[in-house]
Design a binder for this molecule. Structure first.
Ligand SMILES: Cc1ncc(COP(=O)(O)O)c(C=O)c1O
Length: 403
C-alpha cells in the first residue's frame, strides 16, 4: 500500500510540475463536462449516445460526392483564406433565401467550424480583463474560448418558466459594466432551445448601440424551430456597418459535424475583413478547398434535406418529450428550438453523477447540465437529432431507469 501511495504521490507531483510549466490560461482550461461523460462512456458497448450535438446518419451522399469530385479534380492546394468565392456567394444566397437580409459576400468568412468562428471572433474582440456577458446555460466551448483570451465571461442565466425559457433583459443589461466589450447570445440556444423574440432583439440592439458594445450571435440552430414558421436573424434587425458578428456552421443543417466547416458574417468593413483573413491565416491557414466545394452543394442543393432534418427533429422532440413526461420525477418544458431537451429529474441535484449512472444503468449517454455553466446544474441534456428508432430505444431505457 505504501509503495502504491508513493507512486501515486510522485505521479501527482510530476503532473503538477507539468501544469506549472504551462501558460496558466491553458493549464486552467476545464475539460468540457460533455466530454467527461463521453470519455466515461464511449468504450462501453451498447450505449445509445445522446450526449453530443449530432444525429446518427452520415452526411447525405449528394454533398459527400461533391467533395469527392473536387478532390478528384485536384482541389488539394492552399486556397483563399476567406473561403472560395463560390462558397461565400452561396452563403450570401442562402441567407437571402431563408432570412429577410441581404448580405454582401464580402462580409462572409469561411472558418474551420463554428467553433473556429467563435474562437476567431473572441480573438478579434476581447483580451485580458475584458468582459463578455453571456446568456447561459450555453455550450461550454463559448466560455472556454473567452477564457482562452484571458477575458472574463459574465453569465446571465435564463429562467425556466412553466412553458418556456425566458431572459430577463434588465438582468442582461445590469450585467454590463465598464469592462464589458460584447454580449454573446446563442439563439435558438443550446442546451435550452430558448429563442430570443424579435422585440427583445431590438432592445438588445439599442442597448448595444448606446453603449458601443459588440453583439456576437451564434445562430447555428437558426433553422431548428418548431412552433413558429421561422426565427428572425440578427442580420435582419441590424445594419451592415454595426458591431454585429453572426456565427454559423455547416455541422447541424446538413449532418456535417465531422467536416469542421463554418462561417461568420462580419460588418461591412475592409479592415475587419483583412483582420479576419489574418486570423484564418494564423489559426488554420484556411479550410480545405475540396471540403468547401462540398459545402457549396450543401447550400445550393440542400434545402430539401434541411427541411426533412428539421421535420425529423420535430418528431424526435415530440417522441422524447411525450415519453419522458410520463415519468413523475421528470420536469421538462418542450424546447422551442435547437435539437436538445434540457430536463430535470427530481431528487437528482448532481447532473454529472446522474449522467454517469445513466451510462451504466440505462446505457444511455446524456450531457450533464453542469457543463453548461450558470443555471445548468440539476438538468440533463438529451440530443434528439437521431433517427426515430435510435431515439425510441434510448428513451425507453431512460423511462425505465428513471421511473
Ligand atoms: C451553440 C453552438 N455553437 C457552435 C457550435 C459549433 O459547431 P461546429 O464546431 O461543429 O461547427 C455548436 C456545436 O455543438 C453549438 O452547439
Amino acid at each position: 500500500v505504501d509503495d502504491a501511495d508513493n507512486t501515486q504521490a510522485h505521479e501527482a507531483q510530476r503532473e503538477a510540475r507539468w501544469l506549472a510549466a504551462l501558460r496558466p490560461m491553458a493549464a486552467t482550461l476545464p475539460e468540457s463536462g460533455i466530454m467527461t461523460v463521453i470519455n466515461y462512456g464511449h468504450d462501453k458497448a451498447g450505449v445509445v449516445p445522446f450526449w453530443a450535438g449530432e444525429g446518427d446518419v452520415p452526411t447525405p451522399a449528394f454533398i459527400a460526392e461533391a467533395a469527392i469530385e473536387a478532390l478528384r479534380q485536384g482541389h488539394t492546394f492552399y486556397t483563399y483564406q476567406r473561403g472560395i468565392p463560390p462558397l461565400r456567394q452561396a452563403v450570401a444566397a442562402y441567407i437571402h433565401r431563408h432570412f429577410l437580409a441581404d448580405v454582401d459576400p464580402e462580409r462572409v468568412i469561411i472558418t474551420g467550424s463554428g467553433m473556429q468562428a467563435i474562437m476567431q471572433t473572441v480573438q478579434a474582440l476581447v483580451g485580458p480583463g475584458d468582459e463578455v456577458v453571456v446568456v447561459s446555460p450555453v455550450w461550454p466551448n463559448i466560455f472556454a474560448a473567452i477564457h482562452m483570451q484571458e477575458a472574463v465571461a459574465r453569465p446571465v442565466p435564463l429562467q425556466c418558466a412553466q412553458d418556456a425559457w425566458r431572459l430577463d433583459l434588465d438582468r442582461l443589461f445590469d450585467a454590463c459594466g465598464s469592462r464589458t466589450r460584447a454580449l454573446f447570445l446563442n439563439t435558438p440556444g443550446n442546451p435550452t432551445g430558448w429563442i430570443m423574440e424579435p422585440e427583445d432583439m431590438l432592445r438588445v440592439r439599442d442597448f448595444a448601440r448606446a453603449r458601443g458594445l459588440w453583439i456576437i450571435v451564434d445562430e447555428v440552430y437558426g433553422q431548428f424551430v418548431y412552433d413558429r414558421p421561422r426565427v428572425t436573424s440578427f442580420l435582419e434587425v441590424m445594419e451592415p456597418d454595426e458591431q454585429l458578428i453572426v456565427v454559423n456552421t455547416f455541422s447541424k443543417n446538413w449532418s456535417m459535424t465531422g467536416w469542421r466547416v463554418g462561417w461568420v458574417v462580419i460588418p461591412h468593413s475592409r479592415s475587419l475583413g483583412q483582420v479576419y483573413e489574418n486570423l484564418v491565416q494564423y489559426n488554420t491557414s484556411g479550410v480545405p478547398a475540396f471540403l468547401q466545394y462540398g459545402c457549396v452543394t450543401a447550400l445550393t442543393d440542400g434545402d430539401a434535406y434541411l427541411k426533412s432534418l428539421v421535420e425529423q427533429c420535430r418528431q424526435g422532440r415530440a417522441l422524447v418529450c411525450e415519453r419522458l413526461a410520463t415519468v413523475p420525477r421528470v420536469r421538462l418544458v418542450w424546447p422551442q428550438g435547437a435539437f436538445y431537451l434540457f430536463f430535470q429529474v427530481a431528487g437528482e441535484p448532481d447532473s454529472l453523477t446522474l449522467a454517469k449512472r445513466l451510462v451504466d444503468e440505462a446505457q444511455v449517454g446524456l450531457a450533464p447540465g453542469s457543463a453548461f455553466g450558470t443555471g445548468g446544474e440539476g438538468f440533463l441534456r438529451l440530443c434528439f437529432a437521431a433517427s426515430s428508432a435510435t431515439l425510441r430505444t434510448g428513451v425507453e431505457r431512460l423511462v425505465a431507469a428513471l421511473a
